[in-house]
Design a protein around this ligand. Sequence first.
Ligand SMILES: [Zn+2]
Length: 363
Amino acid sequence: MAAGKKKTPTTKAAAETPTSAELARNIESLDALFSKVGLTRHRRGSRKNILAKARKNIYSPEELHRPIAANVHKAKNGAVWLAVPGWTQYHWLWHGFSTRKGGVSTAYAIEGTPGELNLGLTADDSAENVAENRRRIVAAITGSRKTPLRTVKQFHSGLILYGPGCSGANPFRADGLLTDHPGELLGVQVADCIPVLVADKKKKIVAAFHAGWRGTVQRIVERGVGRMRLEFDSNPRDLIAAVGPGVGPCCYAVGQEVRDAFESQFSYAADLFHEVFNSDPVKTRYPMLFLTQRAPGHSDIGPSTHLDLQEANRRQLLAAGLSPKSIHVIGGCTQCDRELFFSHRGAQGRAGRMMGLIGIADK
Ligand SMILES: [Zn+2]
């Protein structure tokens, strides 16, 4: 078979091979075509050097991808969740980040695959499925399906709820929760946004925050730590924090308005943005064709601006006084790893929800 595929050159094919004079004419006509559309073939310097220069401070998505640095657990009931390395030493502390695996929902699952762990009351899923999934993740983390789960109605704000909440049909509107009350779990819902968990290891206070770009600009995490200091006199040096999985810097392309909002708020904003080459195979193969004279980020076909929301929230924890070694960045990317995570952007807005959960054990 292989031998059959191999063609011997025919006289006709040989006749079609262009002569060097013809080649030169072809290149001239190519140059003419390129200059007509505003591209010039560089005559000096090697192509490699030109590319290296053009690519300075420009990254590929792979270079920015942050792998998961957490322990993956599978509960007896099937729920798959991530635990923060080192936090198991705090026996009084319940915590975890859920994944999409190990539930009863089929609304977002590929046909024929097992049920998924959607924890959000979304339009596509039934309330019964979500209730069962919530009992499973609660049991996975606390050991009891009956542990109450407190949630809020999130709206990308900087508001934090402290005090008796309700998570029935009418939860309060907020994007953060705070408690010193043992025996309950606090949960924030995410599907690309960053869940951030904070605990005061000395005073046994816990908090959960939902940080999308809007909440991050409104400093939800910094405000949250401020609230812990105000209500409980927490010392930031006693706080430990985990920045959970969400859309990574590899995938989170944003517009200029997002960059403007961060630059107006944070002196370190420049560290949070990267110019990233689109991984479009045509653009990757012919990068020179896509280098325009316009500034990066201003071109439809040039590199795109990516925001590192995980790092942005780590910086807020540092700004709030936490020690760098007390902050654990879980990593992972919801948009890259669609098998493990739900991704709102990755699924064009039709996705289940995961949770970042934290609580104080009641025994
Ligand atoms: Zn990614």
